[in-house]
Design a protein around this ligand. Structure first.
Ligand code: TXA
Ligand code: MG
Length: 330
């Protein structure tokens, strides 16, 4: 397998102004950087640059695109990216900065790369508490997409050494600030329901709601049954992988097309030109960066069907093909 990004000499820098300045420069140049959060080490990149987000996937060797969590400095920034309703605002007030991720409706003008949300119209946001991630958010002035900083199918890293063990040579920099506090990925909440259990428990969420001074009658009821369902078991928790969270075009999609049929809008790659191309030069990272925009454009095009050129299975190409196969077999 030929890695689509050049191998790096991975540097490790202790947390401090020099490390943050170097990390911010790398992120501005479109590179992903490993940085601790209070949960696990994350692999952070500029969420507004699709090519930078594609490099996260390339470095992790992820065989599929899942929507990523976007880290922001504060609630005001979150509210510019997503619609934060009153219930979400109450949770944010109680737990941000901290290990809570909220899945919220994405604003049309958010400026976030479609690869971040894997084409969805919702986005997972969190305001982290860790000094290193907070300093990086401030230094870059950007929302930062960051999944856990481990190679695909490996355990989430709670120390810089864990990051190096699976991503050494694949990323330029790890900021080392010792072991993380929570050691477990953030709790993910959507519409009041826990999608992924984490450091903030159902009981914590219930308590936050009761602290709002509402009478039990006037409370939004969802947390009560959820709390009792969760007590002592994970029953009732929907694992994110089981959710229908994957974007699919509304039209039939034909894979491995060398040319378009008359009723097809063709997405090209390399030598196959098409109505649009993922990458004329056959660059798989560029193709990943354009994938969801191309699918949305194809969906909006006047032709009733979509066709897409063959994509090599190398490197991040495997993730592109995984997503295309899901989109084709709905
Ligand atoms: O603690 C954490 O949350 C760590 C640190 C680095 O902050 N980050 C992390 O990110 O775990 P990531 O990108 O690996 O988590 C993505 C999870 C996936 O399970 C995904 O399905 C879910 O978030 N997710 C993201 N966007 C979503 C959406 N729009 N709807 C539903 N689930 C979403
Ligand atoms: Mg992970």
């Amino acid at each position: 397998m030929s890695p689509p990004n050049p191998p790096f000499e991975t540097r490790t820098l202790r947390y401090g102004p020099a490390a943050i300045a170097e990390a911010a420069a790398l992120i501005a140049a479109g590179e992903p950087v490993a940085v601790p959060t209070e949960t696990v080490y994350g692999l952070a990149a500029d969420a507004t640059e699709s090519a930078a987000v594609a490099r996260i996937y390339a470095a992790k060797g992820r065989p599929s695109f899942n929507p990523l969590i976007v880290h922001v400095a504060d609630l005001a920034t979150a509210a510019r990216i997503a619609i934060v309703d009153e219930r979400a605002r109450a949770l944010a007030a109680a737990f941000w900065p901290g290990p809570l991720t909220l899945v919220l409706p994405l604003r049309a003008d958010a400026g976030v790369a479609s690869l971040v949300t894997a084409g969805l119209d919702t986005i997972a946001l969190r305001v982290p508490a860790h000094r290193a991630m907070r300093a990086l958010l401030e230094a870059t002035g950007k929302p930062l997409a960051a999944p856990s900083a481990n190679a695909s199918n490996r355990i989430s890293p709670t120390r810089a050494e864990h990051v190096l063990a699976t991503l050494g040579g694949r990323i330029p920099l790890v900021i080392d600030d010792g072991p993380t506090r929570a050691g477990l990925e953030s709790t993910i909440v959507k519409d009041g329901a826990i999608l992924r259990p984490g450091p903030i428990t159902a009981a914590d969420i219930e308590r936050a709601r009761s602290h709002e001074g509402e009478s039990p009658e006037s409370r939004t009821p969802i947390f009560e049954p959820l709390g009792s369902r969760l007590r002592g078991s994970t029953e009732g928790v929907t694992a994110p992988g089981q959710l229908p969270t994957h974007y699919a075009p509304s039209k039939p999609l034909r894979l491995n097309a060398e040319a378009a049929d008359p009723d097809e809008w063709l997405i090209g790659f390399g030598p196959v030109a098409g109505d649009a191309t993922l990458s004329a030069s056959g660059d798989l990272v560029e193709a990943a960066a354009r994938l969801f925009d191309a699918l949305h454009a194809a969906d909006a095009a006047p032709k009733p069907r979509i066709a897409i050129a063959p994509i090599p299975e190398d490197g991040i190409g495997a993730a592109i093909n995984d997503r295309l196969r899901r989109a084709a077999h709905r």
